[in-house]
Write a protein that binds this ligand. Structure first.
Ligand code: NAD
Ligand code: ZN
Length: 346
């Protein structure tokens, strides 16, 4: 079968012919419906240095954002109907530590014993015709279209997790949220904020097309530029935003998010732009503002998000690419040419 392989650091992926995998004990073989191309893949193959994170060392098939249909059950697996549509929870931890037990494989406490970080991150992922997945990582999709659903697995789940943790700041009258960077994750964030909170959503990107999409989801947009923070503060009546989500994560965007933050707000850095150090001192910071990073989400949250999708409350914006065009999807992602998510449909 064809697969998009990450072969070496600082090297663009390759489309290769590999053998179709067989499900091991406790695993399920999925026929892939859709696999999203995430900017984190670009960070891994383009920017990571060998030794930075051995869990994602090559070679393997990319695609940590996958949906598919059950093709075959591995030894010991029951309760899944062949042909049923499933979403894949990507992180894979030990499965039995306290973090994994609460469905948070992202923060597995036995990570030192693991060989990979997740499906499509150190272990073969969904940018192929078939993928094997531990049965506990499957989230049923019912009758919902599995192709756009693939984008929920990361572009949806990561903002969903970050937003849920910020709900105490947002679920009050007159709350404001700020979303910086309106690509795969950011456009999902706008929709999730609208679905879960009554907050006014302020959104920004360098691309006018991306801001136009955010406006369709009900966001108020503010272009980049010198007066951006002043404009955001003006919209909030001078108070600043109660929660900010930075889906770029470079020094300039983190600074804009922090400078827009209200007293007792929460600023979440999601983008792995790895800017420079941030001045976060007593006089430069609003009182009791929290600054956090975040990584992906829990399997329970993916069940919740799949429910929102099945109810029509969130709908990823996406463009499909055939397997032969999968590398083009990554090129377009790198060139900033994609609206929402690029989804490879093998
Ligand atoms: P994307 O390429 O689809 O979207 C990025 C968006 O940011 C684009 O619309 C781009 O125009 C915009 N942008 C870039 N620089 C900007 C700037 N200076 N000001 C305003 N807007 C700017 O990327 P994505 O797949 O949505 O990923 C977003 C980020 O989140 C990436 O850094 C990715 O690695 C990271 N990510 C983190 C996690 C996590 O768990 N923390 C999970 C997935 C992705
Ligand atoms: Zn990702």
């Amino acid at each position: 079968m064809k697969a998009v392989r990450f072969t070496a650091y600082k090297t663009f992926p390759e489309l290769k012919e590999i053998e179709r995998p067989a499900p091991g004990p406790g695993e399920v073989l999925l026929k892939v419906a859709g696999a999203g191309a995430c900017h984190s893949d670009v960070a891994v193959y383009d920017e990571f240095e060998p030794g930075m994170n051995p869990l994602v060392d090559p070679e393997y098939t990319l695609g940590h954002e996958t949906s598919g249909w059950v093709e075959e059950l591995g030894e010991g697996v029951t309760g899944f109907e062949v042909g049923s549509a499933q979403l894949v929870y990507g992180p894979v931890g030990c499965g039995h530590c306290p973090a994994c037990s609460r469905g948070q494989d992202t923060y597995c406490q036995n990570v030192a014993e693991m060989d990979y970080a997740g499906i499509g991150l150190g272990r073969d992922g969904g940018m192929a015709e078939y993928v094997t997945v531990p049965a506990r990582n499957l989230v049923p999709l019912g009758d919902a279209d599995p192709v756009p659903a693939s984008a929920l697995a990361d572009a949806g789940l990561t903002p969903y997790h970050a937003i849920k943790l910020a709900l105490p700041r947002l679920n009050r009258a007159g709350a404001y949220a700020l979303v910086v960077g309106l690509g795969g994750l950011g456009l999902m964030a706008v929709q999730i904020l609208k679905a879960l909170t009554g907050a006014t959503v302020i959104a920004t990107d360098m691309k006018p097309e991306a801001m136009a999409e955010a406006e369709k989801y009900g966001a108020v947009t503010v272009p980049s530029g010198e007066d951006q923070v002043a404009r955001i503060r003006e919209i909030t009546g001078g108070r600043g935003v109660d929660a900010a989500f930075d889906f770029v994560g470079i020094a300039a965007t983190a600074r804009a998010a922090l400078d827009s933050a209200a007293v007792q707000s929460r600023v979440t850095i999601v983008g792995i732009g790895n800017g420079s150090t941030i001045d976060w001192s007593f006089l430069s910071t609003p009182y009791e503002a929290e600054l956090v990073t975040t990584y992906w989400g829990t399997v329970e949250e993916l069940h919740e998000l799949a429910g929102l999708y099945r109810d029509g409350k969130v709908e990823p914006l996406y463009t499909t690419y055939a397997m032969d065009g999968a590398l083009q999807a990554y090129r377009d992602l790198q060139d900033g040419k994609i609206s929402g998510r690029a989804v490879v449909v093998p």
